[in-house]
Design a protein around this ligand. Structure first.
Ligand SMILES: [Zn+2]
Length: 78
């Protein structure tokens, strides 16, 4: 069994990440009904917004990671 990325308990794959049922529940994932509600209002806009947020998140992750790796790297010389 694979381990949850967040807590280490047994979990299952979800979009390439191993996550347990407890942590999955805490994510408060949107229900199909909620997604349908947003999608029915402005389908193209909603889809673009989700992609925009994913792109933003990927860039923010890399920026923050570089910042931390830089600090860690500098610490080697102290
Ligand atoms: Zn977990």
């Amino acid at each position: 069994m694979k381990k949850c990325f967040n807590c280490g308990k047994n979990g299952a794959d979800l979009y390439g990440y191993i996550i347990c049922d407890t942590c999955k529940t805490k994510l408060r994932l949107f229900t199909p009904e909620t997604i349908e509600k947003y999608n029915s209002k402005d389908s193209e806009g909603f889809r673009k917004e989700i992609q925009r947020r994913l792109d933003y998140l990927d860039k923010e992750y890399v920026k923050k990671r570089i910042k931390l790796l830089h600090i860690q790297d500098q610490l080697k010389s102290f």
